[in-house]
Design a protein around this ligand. Sequence first.
Ligand code: ZN
Length: 161
Amino acid sequence: MAIRNIVTEEDEILTKPCRRVEKFDARLHQIIDDMKETLQAAKGAGLAAPQVGILRQICIIDAVEGEEPLELINPEILSQNGEQSGAEGCLSFPDQWALVNRPMQVKVRAQDRNGNWFETAGEELTARCICHEIDHLQGVVFLQKAERMLSQEELESGDYT
Ligand code: ZN
């Protein structure tokens, strides 16, 4: 396993849509394992393949402490419910925080590292994270969905009114 370099906002790769994964081989497993290690080292809640320079539909969600990270290949949102407004950041946009509206619950269909389809659901932070990472796979970054930026004071106080 290896820690990969996380690209930052000026990199054009973040604006490009990713291709679907077709081959579920050792190379894919290597990418997934590297992404998990990179995410862990960066202490983030999620990571999408374009953030490590790979234009493929792969993302890792690690939003809840104590839970196994979720590997999503070729993910699609099946349904979403409710809404939440909260602070959101991105490993590719260090020290930038924005107020972003997301669904409270999402249901997703994706393939695992061996190509098997499965369905999963997430709520609150997990739902926020899934939406944020799937956006990355379509070349969309969170600032495009932000209501406004948050200051350090707002972030620390948790008061976004
Ligand atoms: Zn991000």
